[in-house]
Design a protein around this ligand. Structure first.
Ligand SMILES: [Fe+2]
Length: 220
């Protein structure tokens, strides 16, 4: 077990979460991987470096009572924004067991999801769509990968890899630090609703495409 700094939190009835040193190391690792796989503007990195000074203390404050009470807790998950700037968005996601955030995209964005507590199921998809399907508001998604991430592990989001994904909790509660270094135009975001429960042998799904403005959510 890792040694924790005195900044680690141990709230009543809750398992303690990672320490500042843990977060810093995981964030460094995630950023290094992201820089290899995606282009990140220098101004986004500068903003993140500046934000690190207050990001983790803010997180501890926010995490003390849990993220519950934010938007969409009725659906089993919640979102709390920590930073919302043009070049940087950071927030906390809380997802409860047997609940999931439906398949969605972050067009043109890159970033990372860092598991702070619990286990996170990250399933990614690739979209194939033709003009006829687009006119009908449909897309075919092929499952690309499925990862179960534990505490201190992270997933990457780039323009082309992992950009379309769904998230689910594999634990009673899962808390995730969500960082987008190149935020996107939310009016371009799509949510993908499977037209059938059936998954084909090729693990493809025909989905209805729903624009963000028609979907009641604030997940960034
Ligand atoms: Fe997402």
């Amino acid at each position: 077990m890792q040694t924790k700094t005195n900044a680690s939190i141990d709230t009543a009835g809750q398992q303690d979460i990672l320490s500042v040193a843990d977060y810093d190391q995981v964030l460094n690792d995630a950023l290094s991987a992201l820089l290899v796989n995606s282009h990140v503007e220098q101004r986004s990195l500068d903003q993140l470096q500046h934000a690190r000074q207050y990001l983790f203390p803010t997180m501890y404050t926010r995490l003390s009572p849990g993220v519950s009470g934010t938007s969409n807790t009725w659906s089993g998950w919640g979102w709390q924004s920590i930073i919302d700037k043009s070049d940087l968005r950071i927030g906390l996601l809380e997802i409860h067991r047997n609940k999931s955030i439906p398949i969605h995209d972050h067009p043109g964005a890159c970033g990372t999801l860092i598991v702070l507590k619990g286990k996170l199921d990250v399933t990614t998809y690739q979209s194939s769509i033709n003009n006829e399907m687009a006119k009908s508001g449909l897309a075919v998604l092929s499952k690309q990968s499925k990862q179960i991430l534990e505490e201190k592990e992270f997933a990457l989001i780039t323009e082309t890899e992992g950009n379309i994904h769904s998230l689910a909790s594999e634990s009673d509660v899962c808390i995730v630090l969500d960082i987008l270094l190149r935020p996107y135009d939310e009016t371009l975001r799509t949510w993908y609703m499977p037209a059938s429960e059936q998954v084909s042998e090729t693990e493809s799904l025909v989905c209805f495409c729903v624009n963000n403005k028609h979907f009641l959510t604030r997940v960034k």
